[in-house]
Write a protein that binds this ligand. Structure first.
Ligand SMILES: Nc1ncnc2c1ncn2[C@@H]1O[C@H](COP(=O)(O)OP(=O)(O)O)[C@@H](O)[C@H]1O
Ligand SMILES: [Mg+2]
Length: 214
């Protein structure tokens, strides 16, 4: 279980703290959502959890143990918003092997199967894949590391209706056996499978009022 205890984040570059006294508990197998308008601090929250930044105050725990930034980078798989803009590999196989010096063909096929890309030609260029396939590939890159906690920043942004529902179905599956935290400004899309939701507003996190989720 992930636990955030009174996180405050106030970088030297801002007049006001970006996050104030943010606490939450997120058990494995219970997908969770943080909603909030653009600029409310959602991406910043994921940067803190994933160890790309350190909170000014507060603690981040996994199964009761406080983790430093390096330990959090091991724990988490973070899929950025519009991950396909950051593909580096010339082929699908290369993209998957970045940062994975010893990757067996078996493990690679296993992960591609997990995201529904078992049939994908490995020599294809990532930018030639469809929008939905690109999002799946980005998830596969993180799943290869077998993260205990999967963090997704606006996972449905920029997808058309059909592709979106396909990605949502995959996320529901992935959330069954790991900790999953999604941040999005479109909370209603995730209603079907999310078990906990919060709203981030002016740096404060609170339990999502029922009216917002409908
Ligand atoms: N390291 C930083 N230094 C200064 N300002 C930042 C930093 N990171 C984010 N911000 C600002 O914090 C606010 C929240 O940003 P962000 O977390 O990206 O929001 P969201 O993902 O909800 O749209 C924005 O106003 C952004 O410009
Ligand atoms: Mg953001």
């Amino acid at each position: 279980m992930l636990e955030l205890q009174s996180l405050t984040y106030h970088p030297a570059t801002t007049a006001e703290p970006l996050l104030r006294d943010v606490s939450l508990r997120l058990p494995v197998g219970e997908p969770a959502l943080v909603a909030g308008r653009s600029g409310s601090g959602k991406t910043t929250l994921l940067e803190l959890i994933s160890g790309l930044a350190d909170p000014t105050r507060g603690r981040i725990l996994w199964n009761g143990k406080a983790l430093d930034a390096r330990q959090r980078r091991w724990l988490c798989g973070l899929v950025f918003q519009f991950p396909e803009r950051h593909f580096l590999g010339l082929t699908v196989a290369q993209e998957l092997k970045l940062g994975q010096r010893r990757l067996s063909g078996e493990r690679l096929q296993q992960v591609l199967g997990q995201v529904g890309l078992a049939e994908l030609p490995l020599q294809e260029a990532p930018e030639r894949l469809s929008g939905g396939q690109q999002r799946r590939l980005s998830l596969a890159v993180q799943l290869l590391r077998d993260p205990k906690l999967l963090l997704l920043d606006e996972p449905t942004a920029g997808l058309d209706w059909a592709v979106r529902s396909e990605v949502l179905q995959l996320l529901a599956e992935l959330g069954r056996d790991r900790a999953l935290l999604i941040v999005s400004h479109e909370p209603e899309l995730f209603e079907g499978f999310v078990r906990h939701s919060w709203l981030l507003e002016k740096g404060h996190l609170r339990t999502m009022p029922k009216a917002v989720l409908g």
